[in-house]
Design a protein around this ligand. Structure first.
Ligand SMILES: *[C@@H]1O[C@H](CO)[C@@H](O)[C@H](O)[C@H]1NC(C)=O
Ligand SMILES: *[C@@H]1O[C@H](CO)[C@@H](O)[C@H](O)[C@H]1NC(C)=O
Length: 388
């Protein structure tokens, strides 16, 4: 428990950790739900890093390309300690709200822990989704004190995210903006690791990217999901790519879902509409989402820091089969510089719909990929529940 005092804001220490029942109005059910959900995600993270640290030895880090194994080992230990501290404080907070943490979840990481490279790639997804989950939770939290407390955790998850980018030889801060996800959207990604508990939150169907190899600008993505009915006329569907800072997603034909010229994280949805999804947890038309999001990292800009920490075979943009101008054209309409961060509910985003005649790329990048890991892990149990 010692580390708590180093991590937590003073108001939380006095209000929550002291164990003194703080005087509160009856807890808002949304606040309880968000904190219970955050608690489960923190437990997932804690368990993930604890299993990873127990399993991997120096030689495993060397095989993954780390020249100095002290670097990843120190950083993964620090991150693991933070996640454990988050779990403790959220547990205490729930009790102070007169609620209970959900402790019955089982976490199965399957192949995500098969080697250090896959573990680090998965950790990168987990931290990115963690940031998105706290951002989306901010929309639901009512109590301002809880909002600030959650934000004080979120900023730490964002630091983990930067470190994981570096540990994966990618751009440390690929975007000036992060992306909020709703709890149901978070579960489309994290749900495959979770079983045995009822969170009272319906999960979006997981979306698995079925391409082999690492996607780069120009790669045409293919998908699999229980949310896409078999035999459906896919020409009526769009694949929609949400990036940080864009007011709405880039909507592409489902059958021609070509990665544009971007760098960094993107969340990909399959939508039964051509209207681009708003990048807003307040106004998004979630009813048209059939599956996802699937998380992907498009690593098209090398950064020296990551190259120093880890020698990695990287997916190079030269495997792209569409021209830079073509890819840029695809993405112009979704250019953050053309947009506002707070789109109105009525904003007409239809101009973002773009089509492309780009040919399928043959990516020859390293086969390490965690895209679709949620469904991969889900198939081990046979029946992936649609609600947690
Ligand atoms: C897509 O939306 C249309 C119109 O609302 C509806 O008729 C159709 O069943 C939907 N398709 C899927 C696969 O959900
Ligand atoms: C905005 O969109 C237009 C066309 O839709 C494009 O020409 C332009 O380059 C985009 N970006 C900026 C920064 O204006």
């Amino acid at each position: 428990m010692m580390f708590l005092s180093a991590v937590l804001p003073a108001f939380l220490l006095t209000a929550v950790v002291s164990g003194a029942p703080i005087h509160r109005r009856a807890a808002n059910p949304n606040d309880v739900l968000v904190f219970q959900f955050a608690d489960v995600l923190e437990r997932l993270e804690t368990e993930f890093y604890s299993q990873a640290l127990a399993k991997f030895q120096d030689a495993d880090f060397v095989s993954a390309g780390f020249g100095n194994t002290a670097i990843p080992k120190e950083l993964f230990s620090t991150i693991a300690g933070d996640e454990a501290a988050h779990t403790s404080i959220i547990d205490s907070t729930l009790v102070s709200l007169g609620a209970e943490p959900i402790t019955s979840c089982k976490f199965d990481f399957g192949d995500a822990l098969k080697d250090v490279a896959t573990m680090a790639a998965t950790a990168r997804v987990i931290e990115n989704v963690g940031v998105s989950a706290y951002l989306g939770g901010a929309n639901l939290l009512v109590d301002k004190e809880l909002l600030v407390a959650a934000a004080s955790i979120m900023t730490i998850e964002a630091r983990h995210q930067s470190l994981l980018n570096i540990l994966n030889s990618a751009t440390s801060i690929p975007s000036a903006f992060d992306i909020a996800l709703s709890p149901s959207q978070v579960l489309a990604i994290a749900g495959g690791f979770i079983s045995g508990c009822d969170l009272g939150i319906p999960a979006n169907p997981a979306l698995k990217i079925t391409n082999t190899g690492v996607p780069v600008p120009g790669t045409k993505l293919t998908f699999e999901s229980t949310g896409i009915p078999s035999g459906v006329d896919t020409s009526t569907l769009t694949c929609q790519m949400m990036t940080g800072g864009s007011a709405f997603a880039l909507a592409l034909p489902f059958d021609n879902c070509v990665v544009p010229n971007i760098n960094g994280p993107v969340y990909i949805f399959v939508v039964n509409a051509t209207q681009p999804l708003l990048n807003s947890q307040v106004n998004q038309a979630t009813g048209t989402i059939l599956a996802g999001p699937a998380p992907a990292f498009i690593d098209s800009i090398p950064e020296t820091l990551g190259q120093v920490v880890k020698a990695a075979p990287r997916a190079v943009a030269s495997t792209t089969t569409i021209s830079g101008a073509e890819a840029t054209g695809l993405f112009n309409a979704a250019d953050p510089a053309n947009q506002s961060l707070a789109p109105s509910a009525t904003s007409d985003a239809s101009t973002a719909t773009a089509t492309s005649s780009a040919a399928e790329s043959t990516s020859t990048g390293s086969p390490i990929t965690v895209l679709g890991w949620s469904t991969t892990s889900g198939t081990t149990s046979g029946d992936s529940p649609s609600s947690y």
